[in-house]
Design a protein around this ligand. Structure first.
Ligand code: AMO
Length: 453
């Protein structure tokens, strides 16, 4: 904070006049000021012209005599000196906080010239196909609506963090280079690690568990890598997980906690980002009492209400998730549904089988507007049982030595859950593809640039 103030004042020392943030111009009518920012649009009207210029605080109209405009074009980085004037009432723009004023420019300096843009950035929506949106990511992220999506994401992160802190969780930072696969063998990226093999972590799972005996309650915001072989609208190869792990709990406590965190995070974000959500045209989130169904109850419901017989499947299909949320919204007034008791064999080795019926496990998913946004479980906390579970899945306990050590020396009953940040963002904003909710998405076809090029 102190450093950035110093940098700004050094910079401004060299350029004589202090920079004013665009939003602060509303308090400086009649004064001479300097703004710095990006040209968004240019409108020529014979001998005069207008620029819309933005900075991190907002957007303002700049009135210019033609000779000042030169070859200025969108995305040029400019420094403009001029006077803040009130606009005539009939020319005010009620949609932006600076709509009643404009700057009458005396001097325009181009700090950095932009090349001609490959598409028009001036519209309310960019209207690009996904591949172009991602090919030109550093540019498309500058578009106000695309940028605002990541302000919503920032809010989700912050509200998750607050909700986890409300539960008295300690924030932890965990490794992403790991010795073994946690969530299933096939979807793991192998890496060369000196003269050994290692993996990119599929989840912060093992570390959050190992830290339960240390802090009792922990949370982390972590990267998760999945070598997903299929191309879908909801899978990334690198996702961001919001994880919580809690000791000394029972199954029902975990369900209460996950629903509490989800509702806090979504409610606060909806309130704080009201204007952005309305720009995206999404409905208010329905926060009725969240229904809880076991997987088999959910499949029975799908069969009865929607006529599809998936009653023997080990997981919900994407269409099941959509239909269950539709049912929940209509009959419970809730955009969220919790599904519990997935088959033990379909869940990772650390999942606790239900003592009353070990074929099913103490696991759960949270669905939101037709998509799984969270999953988790109560965990096996007995050392011997955990060892057996690892072996029974054909995995080598040697790869889990450090993890197992934590259980050898005392592990309370515990469990946790994980939200996928990009999936939550996607469905808060009604986006068609999870890639749009990642600043720089990775998938089978892309690591910044297209891999097939
Ligand atoms: P799971 O694998 O279900 O569980 O992941 C948890 C949540 O992370 C998100 N997610 C993804 N998002 C985008 N692309 C992907 N490829 C992707 N994979 C997962 C989803 C999902 O619900 N360790 C357990 C969690 C736990 O038990 O605490 C785990 O990783 O929103």
């Amino acid at each position: 904070m102190i450093l950035s103030t110093m940098l700004v004042s050094c910079y401004d020392g060299l350029n004589s006049m202090q920079r004013t943030l665009i939003l602060d111009c509303t308090k400086k009518v009649g004064e001479k000021i300097k703004i710095c920012g990006f040209v968004q649009t240019r409108r020529d009207h014979g001998k005069i012209g207008f620029l819309d210029v933005s900075d991190r605080s907002g957007l303002i109209q700049v009135f210019c005599k033609g000779e000042l405009l030169g070859d200025i074009r969108p995305q040029d980085v400019v420094s403009i000196e001029g006077v803040v004037n009130k606009r005539p009432e009939n020319l005010a723009n009620k949609n932006i906080p600076t709509g009643e004023i404009e700057i009458s420019a005396d001097k325009i300096e181009v700090l950095s010239k932009a090349e001609e843009l490959p598409f028009d950035m001036g519209g309310k929506d960019l209207g690009l196909q996904l591949p172009t949106l991602l090919d030109f990511r550093t540019l498309t992220l500058r578009h106000p609506k695309v940028k605002s999506l990541f302000k919503v994401q920032e809010s989700l992160l912050e509200e998750f963090r607050k909700a986890a802190q409300d539960l008295d969780c300690t924030e932890i930072v965990v490794p992403t280079i790991v010795a073994g696969a946690t969530e299933g063998g096939a979807e793991v990226f192998k890496i060369d690690y000196f003269e050994h093999k290692a993996y990119l972590s599929q989840s912060p799972q093992l570390y959050k568990q190992m830290l339960v005996p240390v802090f009792e309650r922990v949370f982390t915001i972590a990267k998760a890598y999945r070598a997903e072989p299929s191309v879908t609208t909801r899978h990334l190869a690198e996702a961001t997980q919001l994880d919580i792990e809690i000791g000394f709990i029972e199954f029902e406590d975990l369900l209460d906690f996950l629903e509490e965190v989800a509702v806090k995070m979504l409610k606060a974000t909806q309130d704080l980002c009201r204007d952005i959500l309305s720009d995206f045209g999404v409905e208010q989130i329905a926060f009725g009492k969240i229904p809880r169904l076991t997987l088999r109850e959910a499949q029975e419901l799908i069969f009865k209400e929607f006529g599809r017989d998936n009653r023997k499947e080990k997981d919900l299909t994407p269409q099941d998730e959509i239909d269950l949320c539709k049912w929940s919204k209509e009959s419970c007034g809730s955009d969220l549904v919790t599904i519990t008791h997935f088959p033990t064999q379909a869940k990772p080795f650390y999942t606790m089988p239900d003592p009353e019926n070990p074929e099913y496990s103490l696991s759960y998913d949270l669905l939101f507007r037709g998509l799984e946004i969270l999953s988790g479980s109560q965990r096996i906390n007995n050392y011997q049982q955990l060892l057996e579970s690892i072996k029974s899945r054909g995995m080598d306990p040697k790869n889990f030595e450090m993890y197992l050590q934590a259980f050898k020396y005392g592990m309370p009953p515990e469990g946790g859950f994980s939200f996928g940040l990009e999936r939550v963002t996607m469905h808060v904003l009604g986006l068609a593809n999870v890639r749009e909710a990642s600043l720089f998405p990775r998938d089978m076809e892309r690591v910044d640039v297209r891999l097939s090029k």
